[in-house]
Design a protein. Sequence first.
Length: 466
Amino acid sequence: MLKGFMGSQVIFSIDPAVIHAVQIKDKGKFHRAKGPTLIIRAVFGGGLFGLSPDEHRVQRKMPIFLGIAKETTKAINTDLALSDASKEVDVFPWATAAALDLIGEAGLGYSFHSFSGERNKYSTALKKVTQSLAKLGPLIQLLPYVHRIGTPAFRRWFLDLMPSNTIQRLRHAIKLQNEQAEEIIRSRQELISAGKDLSSEAGRGKDIMTLLMKASESEGSESYIDRQSMIGHMNIFIFAGHETTSTFVTRILDLLAQRPSVQVRLREELRQYFEANPDETHHDALLELPYLDGVVREALRLFPPISNIPRICVEDTVLPLDYPIDTPSGKITSVPIKKGTLIFLNNLYFNRNEAIWGEQANEFLPERWIEKKIDEVTQSGSRLPGVYSSMMTFGSGSYACIGFKFAVMEIKVMLAELVTNFKFEPADEECTWTNIGIGFPYAPYTKKDLNNPDKSPKFFLKVSKL
């Protein structure tokens, strides 16, 4: 038990029993922490996390995913065109462009045209939001108190007067983000209102935005969604989907660059698959390739996109422990906690807990997942609450990430296309992964930019055409 902001009690836990109680068994006693929730409302305009597309529709997105993955390859080839063999390339912008177009076309039925060479306002706004939130990280804890002061109009007036450049940049980015969201909704609404056949459009008419907009036409029904909520849904969906995916694809490419033997084995598996299926258009079987699956699962285990899940206890309770704590007076098998206690469930360390994952918990071993059941991967008797391969990468219970299957498919398709066409090696330009302190564990930066307050993510790798 630690002392937090303004004397509040704070608990950090990776105990499976605690996670199970907080997220599943006694979830009614633990609500989302107010600070992050208010940030979501302020930045993204609200929106619900419980709205999910039908899972069976995920597989229908494969042609869209494959098309954008090939656009990425084409763009990198253009970047390498003037090089004889290889070149040091900042891979993060390409991963970001691909992730934004993937989430736009497959999720929203809208193309951001990220590979057109033009700077996209929405993407630029999202980057500024991330940079500003990273700088304001410690102040997020003040939001529940500030939120109680005056009316919304007074708080907006007060923010207008604040001399902080970071806050003003954040507000400007939010304005740009919402304007772009309005434009996306407006263009989609015109197609729906005109009764046009959407089967040839991005998303094929089966995207989340089209479903939301059709629901919004039935005011008074249970499925009705107002325009502001639609904007919130869209902003959250895009931010969560494209920011984490682009960072994670970059992370896997870094892992493969450092492990040539893993990269070679993965490339061989992919080439054998594509040679055996030259006329396939959907490539659903690609997602089941064992070594590709092992590489992605292992990377997601070691480097989850979200590091902590914060929850606030709303009534006095007792948390059980799977792993008792030894004290001079005996073993502690449960922990009483009071109303108002802030609990952080740490995904990063849960996924590396040797009591669950064994002595090699911190090693990158794709083989651990191949042709094995989860009880063969983890230690005997472990309680495993996670929704994806029993790890906590995408959370657990009803608050688990609703788009995790979408995300895993994105990652696998991008990785398959890139590794088949390019060889990745460490670059001379030194890069590193830095904790940015707003829930996302790490972002990629060049070492020379680390002390630059206005730094933007970059990650250079030596890329060779194959």
